[in-house]
Design a protein around this ligand. Structure first.
Ligand code: GLV
Ligand code: MN
Length: 195
């Protein structure tokens, strides 16, 4: 859902001092075939973290050739039991295909209706723009999925990190009221994320 481009391409100059919506274009004379290919999703991500999952991004920041073209892709790897935690993409609808393993994929609508399915290799899913979603590895071994977005930089609001690991921290009074729990519960959750 990014704006349409006004020329064939506009390979991002990520180092420009000019700040615009997107990135300025590299001069044509400096553009090469390399700008239109990206190997960043070949490698398995390191899932050694609290969630047991790793998102490797193929957005405009990693792959400058995507600038102004309105698309990007990720790879998400999962250890057994790994979770890509509830998150939303403010600028894109997401579609994905499971490459291997077995994933529970779910999203929640603005009416708090939960839609989910367990998917195996070759099966696809779609997450409507902006909705909170997750993937959980429910198989025996590792799993991975390739996801695609209609934005060069979909962005991600990761719910647990947004709420419990922001800088500066959200006041406990907001979180105790929101979740109807005692201070100690909020402190315990915050401590899991190192804050
Ligand atoms: C998966 O949900 C992703 O954002 O790549
Ligand atoms: Mn996502």
């Amino acid at each position: 859902s990014d704006p349409d481009s006004l020329q064939d391409f506009c390979v991002a100059n990520l180092n420009s001092s000019i700040s615009i919506n997107g990135f300025p274009c590299k001069p044509d004379a400096e553009v090469t075939s390399h700008d239109f290919f990206f190997d960043g999703l070949i490698k398995e991500g390191n899932t050694m973290n609290v969630f047991g999952s790793k998102v490797t991004t193929g957005n405009v920041l990693a792959f400058p050739g995507l600038n102004t073209l309105g698309i990007s892709m990720n790879r998400v790897d999962f250890a057994p039991g790994g979770l890509n935690p509830p998150h939303s993409h403010p600028r894109a609808t997401e579609s994905g295909v499971v490459i291997n393993g077995k994933l529970l994929v779910g999203f929640i609508t603005t009416n708090n209706v939960y839609h989910s399915k367990v998917l195996t290799a070759g099966q696809m899913f779609v997450i409507p723009k902006g909705l909170v979603h997750f993937q959980l590895n429910v198989g025996e071994g590792k799993a991975h999925t390739i996801t695609a977005f209609n934005s060069q930089l979909p962005g991600a609001e990761v719910v647990p990190l947004n709420l419990f690991a922001s800088t500066p921290a959200i006041p406990n009074g907001v979180l105790t009221k929101a979740f109807q729990v005692e201070d100690a519960v909020i402190n315990a959750i915050k401590s899991k994320f190192g804050s």
